[in-house]
Design a binder for this molecule. Structure first.
Ligand code: PBG
Length: 343
């Protein structure tokens, strides 16, 4: 029997002749075969949960542009960290919203051992020692101008900012942070943080470099969350990478590895899958993506309008980051994903 389908109308060749008998749909025909050949998986071990911390007691504030995400007081953060640990989430990353009266041009409050980030670290470490704590040493939530470094005469001064950031990192390590993740993009900060940590006995504290952080429109809701939106004048193009560039991103990441980064991060996530793949292939480092606030907001807003299936879009975007080469992902969806993965 001839298994070729005759195709008079299309001029002759059958599908089997065209494909030489290779039919990729064979393995897609059932759920069991699709599961069997699945190349990438998202697991709870891939998740890092960013949380926003505020001063006060037993209070949360919803963030307008991030429905479902809350700023929370330290006591609430401890409870959320307990929940995250129960869900199997390996680590959380903390970001503060600092009272305006404590912000100044140099972000000096970042050095206060009792600022809300250091208090949160100590409280979470005491209550949930099994969860990893990642802190950001960038100055922006602490500065009166919302920039990540020190601003002098309209310029973000590099070396002075690096000194401040390295000192902040030591303070965060002293409070118990496991990983310092500087998001500021100053030149030389990874090496300076490594030196400062080592000089103060924190050899075991790791550095996750925001190695390739792009000047991006997708950070908008975060700036509402940490209260820098109204303060920031101008943009961050003199320190974040131009989003047109890919070779420069590789050079930046190489430099950070050379200076002592233990892990690399690409930020934002989904628009930068090519960068993730290049870093993974060229540097072979533990590589992470930050699915940022604007990515969260887009999925959440479209889902709220009934325009997309939010849960599926969430899972697809995270798996895409894994497929691109990520070892893990910072995502505001972390607890929800963990719950879904646990069925
Ligand atoms: C700044 C910082 C940013 C984010 C975290 N730390 C970007 C910015 O405000 O310019 C973005 C995180 C997000 O959008 O989810 N150091």
């Amino acid at each position: 029997m001839n298994r070729h389908t005759p195709h008079d109308k299309t001029g002759g060749r059958s599908v089997d002749e065209i494909t030489s008998g290779r039919r990729l749909r064979r393995m897609r025909k059932a759920d069991w075969s699709r599961r069997l050949v699945q190349e990438n998986r998202l697991t709870v071990d891939d998740l890092i949960w960013p949380v926003f911390i505020i001063d006060g007691d037993d209070r949360v504030e919803e963030i307008g542009a991030m429905p479902g995400v809350y700023r929370m007081t330290v006591d609430r953060a401890v409870r959320e960290a307990e929940r995250a640990a129960r869900l199997g989430i390996p680590a959380i990353a903390t970001f503060p919203n600092i009272e305006l009266s404590r912000r100044d041009p140099t972000g000096s409050h970042i050095l206060d051992p009792d600022n809300v980030i250091n208090r949160a670290t100590r409280a979470i470490k005491a209550a949930v020692p099994e969860i990893g704590i990642i802190t950001d040493a960038a100055l922006d939530p602490f500065t009166s101008h919302g920039h990540d470094g020190i601003l002098r005469d309209g310029i973000i001064v590099n070396d002075e900012s690096v000194e401040q950031i390295a000192m902040a990192a030591v303070g965060q390590a002293a409070a118990g942070a496991d990983i310092i993740a500087p998001s500021d993009m100053m030149d030389g900060r990874i090496g300076a943080i490594r030196d400062a940590l080592d000089a103060n006995g924190f050899q075991d504290v790791a550095i996750m470099s925001y190695a390739t952080k792009f000047a991006s429109a997708f950070y908008g809701p975060y700036r509402e969350a940490v209260g820098t939106a109204g303060l920031l004048r101008g943009d961050k193009k003199t320190y974040y990478i131009d989003h047109a560039n890919s070779d420069e991103a590789v050079r930046e990441a190489e430099q950070d590895v050379h200076e002592g980064a233990d892990m690399l991060m690409v930020k934002p996530g989904l628009p930068y899958l090519d960068i993730i793949r290049r870093l993974k292939d060229e540097l072979a480092m533990p590589t992470f993506a930050y699915q940022v606030s604007g990515e969260y907001a887009m999925i959440t807003a479209a889902a709220a309008n009934g325009w997309i299936d939010g849960d599926r879009a969430m899972m697809e975007s995270l798996l895409a980051l894994k497929r691109a080469g990520c070892d893990g992902i910072l995502t505001y969806f972390a607890p929800k994903v963990a719950e879904m993965l646990r069925g």
